[in-house]
Design a protein around this ligand. Structure first.
Ligand code: COA
Length: 190
């Protein structure tokens, strides 16, 4: 079982060591830099490169972590943030049972099991937090991300066509969700 409140030493599938730990307010800069690098790949994330300045995003992330309302987990290796999973709680009485998950692993650290571990940790937190639903959106060509979500028990909920205008043109978004109280095959141990 993966705890979400403490640091945990982890070993990637290729033998490299990394640490899974809660985000700290001082992670703002490191996480903003990670997001900027992954955005610059231009394929995976909704926000376009340069749409948010790194310093303002760093400030915003630090403030979010300080507020403590949402889940921010960091994957760290050699003192650098190499991954992040975020679960933000929806606002409003009608939707505060829902968390929105987003995840980013640095290029060079993908396909060695880190993303799957981080989604599992987010699911543990969602159960502890009493959420009824964890939702996410993913571009239809992001087969690796969808494979990870499906492996962790997320199911497809729908398709929003031409939902985002990106440098590659208009792109559809697949909606997926996981329901902690309705475990699917492959859902995490509890
Ligand atoms: C998507 C992402 C979070 C996954 O994390 P990861 O650490 O790379 O994933 P893992 O190593 O835990 O697992 C990858 C799985 O996908 C599978 N996979 C890889 N490429 C695949 C493909 N093209 N089609 C299907 N499955 C694929 C791997 O075999 C592996 O499955 P397994 O564990 O059963 O062997 C990470 O790659 C990432 O951050 N990518 C860039 C940003 C991004 O896409 N974020 C998500 C936006 S919705």
């Amino acid at each position: 079982m993966i705890a979400t409140g403490t640091s945990q030493a982890m070993t990637a599938r290729d033998g490299r060591r990394w640490t899974l730990r809660p985000g700290r307010p001082t992670d703002g800069r490191g996480l903003a830099h990670l997001f900027a690098k992954v955005r610059a790949e231009g394929r995976w994330l909704i926000t376009t490169p340069g749409a948010v300045s790194e310093p303002s995003e760093a400030f915003w992330i630090s403030e979010m972590i300080r507020a403590g309302e949402h889940l921010v987990l960091v994957a760290e290796a050699d003192g650098e943030a190499i991954g992040n999973v975020l679960v933000t709680i929806e606002r409003g009485v009608a939707t505060e049972h829902i968390g929105i998950l987003s995840i980013t692993i640095a290029d060079g650290w993908r396909d060695v099991g880190i993303g799957s571990e981080m989604v599992a940790a987010a699911q543990r937190w969602a159960i502890e937090r009493g959420l009824r639903k964890v939702s996410l959106g993913v571009f239809p060509d992001n087969e690796r991300a969808m494979a990870v979500y499906a492996k962790r028990g997320f199911v497809r909920e729908g398709l929003r066509r031409q939902q985002y205008r990106t440098a590659q043109g208009f792109r559809d978004e697949i909606l997926m969700a996981w329901f902690p109280e309705e475990p699917e095959p492959g859902a995490p141990d509890r």
